[in-house]
Design a protein around this ligand. Structure first.
Ligand code: HEC
Length: 145
């Protein structure tokens, strides 16, 4: 019984590799479009958010393996649609305000996504870092308004 379970699991894993998706593409980064902020804020965002919310992707080998590749494709696509910090300055005021409005709450409840931090412990934010990001978002919101 057990033997055939692992056998079929292996067969399935091998089969789905034919339907694996590519690693999310690095997009070209235009000068002047990238988010500008203090080096503290940028370094937190880069460490914890840029794998999904930027045009850069650090892709370890297992990103190519299905079913992980399915998650990464969808996550990065959806995340970039919400906000791509590499294109920040090309966004309208309305879009920027919408992101900044949600950001303080997002970093407390759901960002970075737990499915991601499970593999990327270095992306977990400390309480101090969450506060730093929330403060930055609130201040920038006031400035843009
Ligand atoms: C593993 C990929 C991933 C990482 C890493 C990540 N996000 Fe997200 N983020 C997403 C996805 C996907 C969405 C789209 C909403 C959804 O369907 O969950 C999203 C949505 C958001 C939103 C919109 C509001 C919301 O909560 O849905 C904000 C703001 C946000 N992320 C900020 C951040 C910040 C700030 C970081 C870093 C501290 C971060 N994210 C890290 C994938 C990611």
């Amino acid at each position: 019984m057990l033997k055939s379970f692992w056998f079929w699991t292996l067969i399935i894993l091998i089969t789905i590799q034919f339907f694996s998706l590519d690693v999310p593409a690095k997009l070209p980064i235009k000068k002047g479009e990238e988010l500008q902020a203090s080096s503290e804020v940028i370094s937190i965002l880069k460490r914890s958010c840029y794998d999904c919310h930027s045009s850069e992707v650090k892709a370890p080998w297992y990103y190519k393996v299905a079913p992980i590749s399915w998650f990464t494709q969808v996550h990065v696509k959806n995340a970039r649609a919400v906000v791509n910090f590499s294109k920040w300055n090309s966004y309208s005021k309305t879009k920027q305000l919408k992101v900044l409005d949600k950001l303080p709450k997002s970093v407390v409840i759901r960002m970075p996504m737990p499915i991601y931090t499970y593999m990327h412990k270095e992306a977990i934010l400390t309480n101090k870092e969450k506060k730093t990001l929330a403060k930055w978002a609130r201040e920038l919101k006031e400035k843009i308004k």
